[in-house]
Design a protein around this ligand. Structure first.
Ligand SMILES: O=P(O)(O)OC[C@@]1(O)O[C@H](CO)[C@@H](O)[C@@H]1O
Ligand SMILES: [Mg+2]
Ligand SMILES: [Mg+2]
Length: 282
């Protein structure tokens, strides 16, 4: 039976590539920086321009579809995932990297129906790596199949995480406690690309065994969550329960064995859910 969403996925790949050209052009020019939730939570006109490019392009082909876009939510749109076909968009995942021309920036486009991600596209545009996944049909990078690492020993694992943009001392302390616990398991190393989407694609590619973070948003991880699972990986909450893409917490890994060791090391804390934050519009 023909895949009813193949044309939508093809469109996502095409518009992600076009958005990547805009981002890479902007990397060669000036990048006016603005701030959002804190002085280190950055946004640029390129983030906003790319998100509008993607949304307008999709609306022309799929006028009844819904959207969750990082910069639209920042501007006051609700962050609500209904059963309707919904595009979950991070126009630039890794904006801080983009501002500093640190070469790991991704356009992330997830597509969900009945609250389940059906395809995911992450374009790491400086690397020119197009990561894709369709539910039940595998994960790929530039058309090559992806498979998570087969390493089951955490002591021989590489783990990815990020420090996030919260500079509250208590939150930073918890982040560092987790980092210390994990380093001392021990693990071979800890890395961070500066983008949740790229970190998760590194899990799917077998380059790191796991990625965890508390502070992410649904648009950071929706597309990459399917890329990880279709590459044979597992997704869960940092405390070991089912993953909840609206919870602002995620643990993506190559195996349950690795996740079980990491869950014991991570110091959990909770943040307001993405779908609990009231829209800013009056
Ligand atoms: O605001 P952005 O760039 O879309 O995303 C923020 C982000 O890059 O920052 C975190 C690193 O701390 C990542 O987990 C997340 O993807
Ligand atoms: Mg992001
Ligand atoms: Mg972003």
């Amino acid at each position: 039976m023909a895949d009813p969403w193949q044309s939508a996925m093809d469109h996502a790949v095409a518009v992600a590539r076009k958005a990547g050209e805009v981002v890479c052009d902007a990397l060669r020019g000036d990048r006016a920086v603005m701030t959002k939730s804190s002085v280190v939570d950055l946004v640029t006109q390129t983030d906003q321009k790319v998100e509008q490019l993607i949304i307008q392009s999709v609306k022309e082909k799929f006028p009844t579809h819904r959207f969750i876009g990082e910069e639209s939510v920042a501007a006051g749109e609700p962050c609500v995932l209904s059963d309707s076909p919904t595009w979950i968009i991070d126009p630039i995942d890794g904006t801080t990297n983009f501002v500093h021309a640190f070469p790991f920036v991704a356009i992330s486009i997830g597509f969900a129906i009945n609250k389940q991600v059906e395809f995911g596209v992450v374009f790491s545009c400086v690397e020119d790596k197009m990561f894709t996944a369709r539910r039940g049909k595998g994960a790929f990078c530039n058309g090559e199949p992806l498979q998570v690492s087969r390493q089951e020993a955490v002591e021989q694992a590489m783990v990815a995480t990020e420090f996030g943009s919260d500079r509250d001392a208590d939150v930073v302390d918890k982040i560092f406690q987790s980092l210390r616990n994990i380093l001392c398991l021990p693990v071979h190393g800890v890395r961070g690309a500066g983008s949740a989407a790229i970190n998760m694609c590194l899990v799917a590619s077998g380059c790191v065994e796991a990625y965890y973070e508390i502070g992410i948003h649904v648009w950071d991880v929706a597309a990459a969550s399917l890329i990880v699972s279709e590459a044979g990986g597992v997704l869960m909450d940092v405390e070991g329960g089912d993953v909840d893409l609206m919870s602002r917490r995620i643990l993506a890994a190559n195996s349950k064995t690795i996740t079980e060791r990491l869950v014991k090391a991570i110091v959990p804390f909770s943040l307001p859910r993405d779908d609990a934050t009231p829209p800013k519009k009056s």
